[in-house]
Write a protein that binds this ligand. Structure first.
Ligand SMILES: [Zn+2]
Length: 240
């Protein structure tokens, strides 16, 4: 009898040891970065998850850097595992439409459908709903702003672009990114550009050596107190 209970205990202990971590385990909680106290920058990746997202996530993890992914619903649907991993590893997700039309050239009902289908695809993949919108091509007008407001989302543009889609060159992408890097900057990049993903270890290391904390967009815009339908940074000539 005694022997039997001992072996049951032993089996229980083995099971506990072998229990896998929950799929949605969050990275260990650390004190949040305060961008008023330290130098912050937000790298943002549009149009994904791209096919190189896994390598990019490996790099971000290695350097303990956070990023924001403005996802296209069609790819969130076709590559849900990357979406899930982005959330599990502490990155931020934003909505970048379902199929990338220029929102200023389509009807409000179509904009609504693009945003909703993307929210649904991301929620299905990772259980979360983005709270930020980046309209395709950064194109917005008051009509787009009104629809964004219906979803309770501010629109996020960028302070500087890596021009990765144009150069598709590792050295040029690194050079341009470092050139536009600034405190509280929001940098536009694309994880479907292989050279961007290849350049990332060097870009992240260099930014960190310059004292930057690589944070999520919401860490940067916290002080802006953005309301649904607001746009940031405010483009020239924008009036609400
Ligand atoms: Zn885009």
């Amino acid at each position: 009898m005694f022997r039997q209970s001992t072996s049951l205990l032993a089996i229980a202990a083995v099971c506990l040891t072998l229990a896998p971590a929950p799929a949605f385990a969050q990275a260990p909680k650390k004190a949040p970065v305060d961008c008023e106290q330290v130098k912050c920058i937000a790298l943002t990746f549009d149009d994904g998850p791209g096919k190189y997202a896994g390598t990019l996530l490996d790099t971000l993890k290695k350097y303990d850097a956070k990023a924001t992914f403005f996802l296209e619903g069609q790819y969130a649907k076709s590559r849900p595992a990357f979406v899930k991993r982005m959330v599990a590893e502490g990155h931020e997700l934003g909505n970048h439409s379902y199929s990338h039309p220029d929102f200023t050239k389509i009807e409000p009902a179509a904009i609504r459908s693009e945003i909703q289908k993307t929210q649904d695809a991301i929620k299905k993949a990772a259980g979360v709903e983005p709270k930020l919108l980046r309209p395709p091509y950064g194109m917005a007008d008051l009509q787009v702003s009104d629809v964004a407001a219906e979803f309770g989302m501010p629109m996020i543009l960028w302070t500087g672009g890596s021009e990765d889609w144009a150069s598709k060159n590792v050295d040029a992408i690194k050079k341009k990114t470092l050139e536009v890097a600034e405190r509280d900057g929001i940098i536009l990049m694309h994880d479907w550009v292989k050279q961007t993903v290849d350049a990332m270890p060097s870009i992240v290391k260099t930014l960190q050596n310059k004292g930057y904390h690589l944070v999520k967009v919401s860490d940067i815009v916290k002080r802006q107190n953005l309301q649904p339908g607001d746009i940031f940074p405010v483009p020239a000539g924008w009036e609400r």
